[in-house]
Design a protein around this ligand. Structure first.
Ligand code: MN
Length: 308
C-alpha cells in the first residue's frame, strides 16, 4: 500500500517529521516502512532552503525501493534551466530574472555541489511524468488522457536524453510542450476580457487554472477557477463560455492524486476519488500525505499533515 506525499519544496525538516508520523524509520540512512511505499507527487525542490538534502533523501528511498517519485513542474523547469538548447542560443528554459528567482533557493542549496546538481538533474530526467500503480493514479497537476496520449505518441519517454532530443518539450506552442504543460502545470483557461490577477509570486496573470476533475457546461467562473484570493476577488459571476470543453474525472476510475494547486485549510478530497496533496508547505501551510488503504472512496481520516 501507498502513502502519497505532496510537494516538499525543499522543506527537509517537515518531510522527516511527516515520514516519522507515517511510521517510516531511518535504516542505514534510508527512510523505510516495513510494509508500505511512499509516492512523491513531484516538486521536491525550490522555495525551501534544503532542496539538495530533500532530493538526496527521496533519491535514496527510490533507489532502495521504499518510494516512487514522479516529475513536478519544478523538476521539469530545472531540467530546462540547466540544459543548453541544442538549437543554439541559451537554455531550454530561458534564464530570465523571473525563472532565476523561481530557482534561486535550489541553486543556493547546491552551492559548492555542482557535480551533485548535474547528477540530480540527470535523475530528474528519468522521473516518470505520471504513474498508474496498483489501484491508484498519480500525476503532478492534471490526469488528462488526451495530453497523455500526445506524450506517449511522441516517444519522449524512450530516450534518456529526451530534453535535447525533444527540445520542443519546453515550448508550449508545440503539441508536445502543450501536452506536458497540461500534465505538469494543469489546465489553464483565458479569463474573461479585462480580468486579471497577481499570483502568489506577484506575477501578473490573465489565465487561471481550472478544476479539470469537474467542469460541466453552464458552470460559472467562481466554481471552476482555482487560485489565490486575488483571483477569487477578480472573477465575475458569469458562466464560462459555451465552447469551453467539459472536463470530468470519472467517478468509477481509480483514485487520482496530484499536487500543484496551493490549497489551504483542512485537507480533504475534492471528489470521492480525487485528492490534491498540495497544502502550501513553503508558504506557511502544511505538508500533506494520504495514507491509502485500498479504498475507492477517499476518506478524510486518511490525510496526514505536519506544519511547514
Ligand atoms: Mn507544482
Amino acid at each position: 500500500m501507498y502513502d502519497l506525499i505532496g510537494h516538499v519544496h525543499g522543506e527537509l525538516d517537515a518531510l522527516e517529521r511527516l515520514l516519522r508520523k507515517l511510521g517510516y524509520r531511518q535504516d542505514a540512512g534510508v527512510w523505510r516502512h516495513p510494509d508500505r511505499q511512499a509516492v512523491f507527487v513531484g516538486d521536491l525542490i525550490d522555495r525551501g532552503d534544503q532542496s539538495r538534502q530533500v532530493v538526496a533523501t527521496v533519491r535514496a528511498m527510490v533507489a532502495a525501493g521504499s518510494a516512487h517519485c514522479i516529475m513536478g513542474n519544478h523538476e521539469f523547469n530545472a531540467i530546462g534551466f540547466h540544459t543548453p538548447d541544442p538549437r543554439g542560443g541559451g537554455y531550454l528554459r530561458p534564464r530570465s530574472d523571473k525563472n532565476h528567482r523561481q530557482h534561486a533557493a535550489t541553486l543556493e542549496s547546491y552551492r559548492g555541489h555542482a557535480a551533485q546538481l548535474a547528477d540530480d538533474v540527470a535523475w530528474f530526467q528519468g522521473l516518470p511524468f505520471w504513474l498508474a500503480l496498483d489501484g491508484v493514479r498519480v500525476v503532478h497537476a492534471a490526469w488528462s488522457p488526451e495530453a497523455m496520449a500526445v506524450v506517449e505518441a511522441s516517444g519522449v519517454r524512450e530516450r534518456r536524453d529526451w530534453p535535447t532530443a525533444f527540445p520542443e518539450a519546453f515550448d508550449e506552442s508545440a503539441s508536445l510542450g502543450a501536452a506536458l504543460s497540461e500534465v505538469l502545470k494543469g489546465v489553464e483557461w483565458a479569463l474573461p476580457d479585462g480580468v486579471s490577477f497577481r499570483d502568489k509570486d506577484g506575477n501578473h496573470r490573465t489565465e487561471a487554472r481550472v478544476a479539470w476533475w469537474q467542469v460541466a457546461p453552464g458552470d460559472r467562473w467562481p466554481a471552476v477557477a482555482m487560485g489565490p484570493p486575488s483571483l477569487t476577488a477578480a472573477l465575475p459571476d458569469e458562466a464560462i463560455p459555451a465552447h469551453y470543453p467539459v472536463l470530468q474525472y470519472p467517478a468509477e476510475a481509480p483514485p487520482v492524486f496530484f499536487g500543484h494547486y496551493w490549497l489551504w485549510g483542512e485537507p480533504s478530497s475534492l471528489a470521492t476519488n480525487v485528492a490534491c496533496l498540495d497544502y502550501s508547505v513553503a508558504k506557511g501551510g502544511q505538508l500533506v500525505a494520504y495514507r491509502w488503504a485500498g479504498e475507492q472512496r477517499l476518506q478524510r481520516a486518511h490525510f496526514v499533515a505536519v506544519a511547514g
